[in-house]
Design a protein around this ligand. Sequence first.
Ligand code: 5RP
Length: 225
Amino acid sequence: MTADQEKKQAALEAVKYIKNNMVVGLGTGSTAKHMIEAVGQMVAEGMNLTCVPSSDATEKLAKELGIKIVELHEVDHIDVTIDGADEFDGDFQLIKGGGGALLREKILAWNTKFNIIIADSSKDVKKLGAFKLPVEVIPFATKQIKTYLEAEGLKPVQRMKEGNEYRTDENNNILDIDIFEVEDLQELEIKLLKIPGVVETGLFLDSTSLIIVGKEGGPEVKERS
Ligand SMILES: O=C(CO)[C@H](O)[C@H](O)COP(=O)(O)O
């Protein structure tokens, strides 16, 4: 199976957790795209769903598919959010934000009763950190934060796009940092969030209830114990 086939398989398994009249959080990325297309199909077949998107790109796609989109403040909870990940480990810890949508994704996850992560098998790792951790920062402070993180040995690289500095949907920058040598991720998360100008990190340490991985022979559903 190709990675994309695994992504689609995981997405199609995940949408089985969506029931009529639910409020659904829609993730961002190539795996989430398969899920959004499946949700569009369910809506076209008559299911009543209210969805909260995690990025401008997801909102655009969902609207094109006829999915009812609302802003977060218009709902009092989200029943289920389905999103991708850049890496996950055996403790249901994730690195997210490769697609730059980590801030809204983390807000959705925090406001969601049941978070499902969908992934191809390459995202399953023993230890997080081969993928660089995205840290969203306010442009006013990007240079100073980068200098500080360099001194901490975290090798920050400012994300670029087509020769220009990358901007998130919230108009912030991203510093991608190397956390492979870091032992205590909780401690790292606290340390990063204490820096003025750091808005959010792509570490999702305890929000995930279920991980669905696309695999030859059928999807693997991992439940948090
Ligand atoms: O966190 C994300 C976007 O901010 C994505 O979920 C993550 O980057 C995985 O993307 P893909 O499904 O394309 O591999």
